[in-house]
Design a protein around this ligand. Structure first.
Ligand SMILES: Nc1ncnc2c1ncn2[C@@H]1O[C@H](COP(=O)(O)OP(=O)(O)OP(=O)(O)O)[C@@H](O)[C@H]1O
Ligand SMILES: [Mg+2]
Length: 482
């Protein structure tokens, strides 16, 4: 547990931050196994240095994927370097992200996703290959005006809406106001100015709140789909801290939307016929402050190490996707035709390739690999750690990727296309791949067998099998009259 004990100076700074801002409540946050931020709060009077050593207890059996009922007591140790004054709450609140500790062993908890991320970073430092990795996730989402869904034995359905949804084009009124006709069509959202883009100020407010919460932002824009698809890009950062920022990103985007009477979803494919929401993840390795993925003489200016890293990502893509595209809905996004990355190849330009190498400029510090298969339903701590382990496996074992493909993959002849492997077609397939291929994740004890078994069992029993049992509205369209 020694590496979990906070530096007294950081503890002091967190306490001073609370004092100088007139904070009244302190909120402690951690992420469950499947990526949802959890929290509870205490009055600021109890924010004492001892709390960073003794921790705070909670019931681990009520958190998804954590402890059985007979071993339920768990502990949180706040990380004072994550302290920020919450930019959204009415009552001044200091929030801190916590590490989870098993009180019986006093060790960091093996199913705490943040612990997996921290172990992956330590493993990288011990590998001799690199000492640091940088991560730039691009999480897309829809900003909607409403969402209804239900699932009963004799009835089921969903309806999402947005004044921007092209299906509202013929309505006499939209949301009680006259229909003024400006809205992006299918695949038309990238990216005309307002009034077609009606969400500029909402996204700007999200960006300003993210900056207040200490998250660096590079750019925001409307995304391709109709009905308010959006993207905000954060500036790249180190693995655990970037995963912390993804949690803050989801929290802020959802709550700013709610303050406007809107709702945000990170579901990969909420809209049939429109682009899905991905979370492309840009990644690079560094050593002694130098970028390792740049080589002026390489294809798309990448180094041999970057090529092997890509080889690792592509070789392990099916099992990786059980963690990086971890919902049944993820596989409605990973289909041909919507820029979705279904081909297990790499390319400097091709947006249907699983790995892309951006070639906007020749700056060595910006040379990176973009893995395009993940989506924002992934738990970022586990997803970044798993991608790093796959890439490192490629570098260690010199796994060469197939030759890059720069032509439009859909224009290739059937023969050429036959050589290109595809991503798995369902969560069930990805989970089966993870059951077969996970030794690379266990290296250095980064992931444990227990975590992987828990993951596969939970996803199978709570998501895959229940989905298979339920008739869908489309099946009624197809078969009711048969
Ligand atoms: N060396 C690096 N390592 C990791 N991430 C990086 C590095 N340099 C830049 N990034 C990050 O890459 C992310 C995305 O960059 P960019 O917007 O250029 O992506 P893009 O894939 O071209 O965009 P889109 O997918 O919307 O077409 C940003 O978060 C940026 O900070
Ligand atoms: Mg991208």
């Amino acid at each position: 547990m020694s590496d979990l004990v906070a530096d007294p100076e950081d503890v002091q700074s967190a306490i001073e931050l609370a004092e100088s801002n007139g904070v009244q409540i302190v909120d402690f946050r951690f992420t469950d196994l499947f990526g949802t931020w959890q929290h509870f709060s205490i009055p600021v009077g109890d924010l004492k240095p001892g709390l960073f050593e003794e921790g705070l207890g909670f019931d681990g059996s009520s958190v998804r994927g954590f402890q059985p009922i007979n071993l339920s007591d768990m502990m949180l140790l706040p990380d004072p370097t994550t302290a920020v004054v919450d930019p959204l709450l009415g009552i001044k609140t200091l929030s801190m992200i916590c590490n989870v500790v098993d009180p019986t062993t006093g060790e960091a908890y093996s199913r705490d996703p943040r612990n997996v991320a921290r172990k992956a970073e330590a493993h990288l430092r011990g590998s001799g290959i690199a000492d640091m990795s940088y991560w730039g996730p691009e999480a897309e989402f829809f900003i909607l005006s409403g969402a209804r869904f239900h699932q009963d034995p004799n009835s089921a359905g969903f309806e999402i809406d947005s004044p921007e949804g092209i299906w509202n084009s013929g309505a006499s009124e939209v949301g009680g106001k006259p229909n003024l006709g400006y809205r992006p069509g299918y695949k038309g959202g990238y990216f005309p100015v307002p009034p077609t883009d009606s969400l500029q100020d909402v996204r700007s407010e999200m960006v300003l709140k993210l900056i207040e919460a200490g998250v660096d932002v590079e750019v925001h824009h409307h995304e391709v789909a109709t009905a308010g698809q959006a993207e905000i890009d954060m500036r790249y950062g180190e693995l655990t801290s970037m995963a912390d920022s993804v949690m803050m990103y989801k929290y802020i985007t959802k709550n700013v939307a709610a303050a406007h009477g809107l709702t945000v979803t990170f579901m990969p494919k909420p809209l049939y016929g429109g682009n899905g929401s991905g979370m492309h993840v840009h990644q690079s390795l560094w050593k002694d402050g130098e970028p390792l993925f740049y080589d002026a003489s390489g294809y798309a200016l990448i180094s041999e190490m970057a090529r092997y890293y890509i080889g690792g990502l592509l070789a392990h893509t099916p099992s990786l996707l059980a963690i990086c595209a971890p919902t049944t809905n993820s596989y409605r996004r990973l289909v041909p035709g919507y820029e979705a990355p279904v081909s297990r190849v790499y390319s400097a330009r091709n947006r249907s390739a699983a790995c892309r190498i951006p070639v906007y400029n020749e700056i060595p510090a910006q040379k990176r690999v973009e893995f395009r298969c993940p989506d924002p339903t992934a738990n970022p701590y586990l997803a970044f750690a798993a991608m790093l382990m796959a890439g490192l496996d490629g570098v260690r074992n010199k796994i060469a990727p197939p030759d890059p493909v720069d032509e439009d993959i859909y224009e290739l002849s059937a023969e050429e296309r036959a050589n290109i492997q595809s991503t798995p077609g369902s969560l069930e397939e990805s989970l089966a791949a993870l059951a077969d291929d996970h030794d690379y994740l266990l290296e250095g004890g980064v992931f444990t067998q227990d975590l992987i078994d828990t993951w596969i069992e939970y996803k199978t029993e709570n998501e895959v099998l229940p989905s298979a049992l339920r008739p869908t509205p489309f099946e009624f369209l197809l078969y009711f009259h048969g």
